[in-house]
Design a binder for this molecule. Structure first.
Ligand code: IPE
Ligand code: IPE
Ligand code: MG
Length: 245
């Protein structure tokens, strides 16, 4: 059992929660709506859950918004998701300083539109002015765990070729610093709504000792009570990290 209590005497929530925001399409289909309506509702859920995480004292929330595999979807659906991201970032530029929300991106931004990239740079700049202690949301955009590992390996190899590093330097800690999640602790809890029980290329390196929580609830229906249940389940887990008691 996790024993860390916060000032209220309640068990402290995990420091880092990661969520695979899945089930938007099925939510829309059940209502006879286009899939894009599900993404719109899912974006609202993200806003609510991020605020709730911040309020209950979670430090990092990492969400899977668009995977390296999601480009296989129709042009209309991809465009709708990118438009929602743009809307979110435009809002964030105006509100993150007031709300003390740091924003960070995981993923390869090179194929993302110049406009979205510019907005991501703007939010990065605002994040730099915020305190390191403030709540941080990490948005995974064109993100794949394998791609992240490959990009890190490539950069490490380039540093070796340039004489800045040597192969013997490579340790888990050094490699972690080449990942998109550099400096961020691994998530203690990974949540996947929508009934699927797979990782779908999410945080492959970082999930080594994460606790997994699955629920059949579709992401647009995911609420505070659902997050409370996931955290309560996490507190009941016995995290051994390979040790024996
Ligand atoms: C998750 O919901 C959002 C993205 C992958 C962008 P889905 O769109 O995968 O919804 P389902 O799984 O089809 O219901
Ligand atoms: C994972 O969901 C990616 C995101 C939630 C962004 P998918 O819906 O793409 O995953 P699969 O295809 O069911 O594995
Ligand atoms: Mg899905």
């Amino acid at each position: 059992m996790a024993e860390n209590k916060n000032g209220t005497g309640r068990l402290a929530p995990p420091r880092h929660i990661a969520i695979i925001m899945d089930g938007n399409g099925r939510w829309a289909k059940k209502r006879g709506l286009p899939r894009t309506a599900g993404h719109k509702e899912g974006a609202e859920t993200f806003r609510r859950i991020a605020t709730y995480c911040k309020d209950i004292g979670v430090k990092y929330l990492t969400v899977y918004a668009f995977s390296t595999e999601n480009w296989k979807r129709s042009e209309t659906e991809v465009a709708a998701i990118m438009a929602l991201l743009k809307k979110y970032l435009l809002e964030a530029v105006d509100t993150m300083e007031r709300d003390h929300i740091r924003l960070h991106f995981f993923g390869d931004m090179t194929p993302i539109s110049p406009e979205l990239r510019r907005l991501a740079r703007e939010t990065d700049e605002i994040t730099e002015h915020l305190s390191k202690d403030d709540f941080q949301a990490n948005v995974c955009l064109n993100y794949g765990g394998r791609d992240e590992i490959l990009r890190a390996a490539r950069r490490f190899a380039a540093d070796c070729a340039a004489g800045r590093r040597s192969p013997e330097d490579l340790s888990e800690a050094v490699f972690s610093d080449y990942l998109d999640s550099a400096g961020i602790p691994d998530p203690e809890l990974i949540i996947r709504p929508s009934g699927e029980q797979r990782i779908s290329n999410f945080l492959l390196w970082q999930c080594a000792y994460s606790e997994f929580y699955y629920t059949d609830t579709l992401w647009p229906d995911f609420d505070q009570a659902e997050l409370d249940r996931a955290i309560a389940a996490y507190h009941r887990r016995d995290r051994r990290f390979g040790n024996a008691k």
